[in-house]
Design a protein around this ligand. Structure first.
Ligand code: PEP
Ligand code: MN
Length: 361
């Protein structure tokens, strides 16, 4: 896939451009007191960008849907009294106008909005000619191009100060997380668009407080640029996302524990050792490629044989047996079940594709 964006640095006057860029604040602005108290405390801990949702997209009706533009003057006070930048989510054109008129400094598109190209296009058009930083959360489903598409739509109207927010992806099956991080997706985004900063949202990935540090540290180890962490002066009483929000003190502790490792290797000894190890890995990867080539050759032979004998490609019993065997072997080899299932699913799918091709020849 080819993609190119015209990007400006995602930096803010008075905030160090060094990573991590930290944004924090409540899931929702609930009252003037809650907003001011949370902002006061996190500002004391050195956080300079305050997030708060005014318009809340809720899965089911009758849940707290945000205070709307009534909260704009509260965020204005956060700017005026603490000198912080403010950020909020916009989901339609009206939100955009209200937020900009209300003095919001940074806006973001939520995961449900990114999933809707009509909404993204309308928001982009409302932003034409406006110089405002925009962050785009990944869409709820792991659809990489939908995410890219949102950046392209915004870029096309002249928005150049952009960042991506990685907030994880919905899954039908239950995982450890509220939204599965699927790290390979933001990693691919970074590979394709190295100048687009990635800000991880551990709160919406985790859905609870236990794994917040681990996910934040992982984001730093992947050299992502920042974190946006839901923080509330009284999390247990929060009107939305109560389980995942930290107290300002909890946030301070989490940030204090983060280890920032160097993305660039300056030491020659480290560099040459790493190069040797990487060379070894490359050799194994080449071997894997060769094995795949031969394995798929055998699959094609099987396809031919099945064709001659009028047998279906898929025999479910056989595939079940392979998978069960491999999972058993994996445990003995120190490989995770999840990994082995993924690898063998992919191999099996490719194998079926080869056989189908032969069948149709
Ligand atoms: C939020 O940041 O509070 C929010 C609603 O997030 P998301 O769009 O990631 O669900
Ligand atoms: Mn939230």
């Amino acid at each position: 896939m080819k993609v190119s964006l015209k990007l400006e640095k995602f930096e803010f006057k008075g905030i160090s451009p060094e990573r991590p860029l930290i944004m924090a604040g409540p899931c929702s602005a609930e009252s003037e007191e809650q907003v001011m108290e949370t902002a006061r405390q996190i500002n004391q801990y050195g956080v300079k960008i305050f997030r708060a949702g005014l318009w809340k997209p809720r899965t089911r009706p009758n849940a707290f849907e945000g205070v709307g533009k009534e909260g704009l003057p509260w965020l204005r006070r956060v700017k005026d009294e603490f000198g912080m930048y403010t950020a909020t989510e916009v989901a339609n054109v009206k939100h955009v106008y209200d937020a900009l008129k209300g003095g919001i400094d940074i806006i973001w598109l939520g995961a449900r909005t990114t999933a809707n190209p009509f909404a993204v296009q309308e928001i982009a058009e409302a932003l034409k000619g406006v110089d405002v930083p925009v962050m785009v959360k990944n869409p709820v489903s792991p659809d990489f191009e939908l995410w890219i598409g949102a950046f392209e739509r915004l870029n096309a109207v002249g928005i150049t100060k952009m960042a991506a927010i990685h907030r994880g992806f919905s899954t039908y099956y239950k995982t450890l997380y509220r939204n599965n991080p699927q790290w390979e997706i933001p990693i691919e985004l970074k590979r394709l668009l190295p100048d687009l900063p990635i800000i991880t949202d551990p709160s919406h990935i985790c859905g609870g407080r236990e794994l917040l540090f681990e996910v934040s540290q992982r984001a730093m180890d992947l050299d992502f640029y920042g974190l946006i962490v839901e923080t509330h002066c009284n999390p247990d009483k929060a009107l939305s996302d109560a389980q995942q929000q930290l107290t300002p003190e909890g946030l301070h502790k989490l940030l204090g524990k983060l280890v920032l490792r160097n993305p660039e290797i300056q030491n020659n000894v480290i560099l040459s050792t790493l190069e040797e190890l990487r060379h070894e890995i490359d050799k194994y990867d080449d071997k894997l490629m060769e094995i795949f080539e031969h394995r798929m050759g055998v699959s094609r032979k099987i396809g031919e044989y099945k064709k001659q004998n009028n047998i279906t490609i898929l025999q479910t019993g056989r595939w079940d047996e392979i998978l069960r065997n491999k999972i058993e072997q994996a445990a003995k080899k120190g490989l995770s079940e999840e990994f082995i299932i993924k690898v063998f699913r992919a191999i099996h799918e490719e194998s079926i594709n080869h056989q189908t091709k032969v069948m149709n020849e």
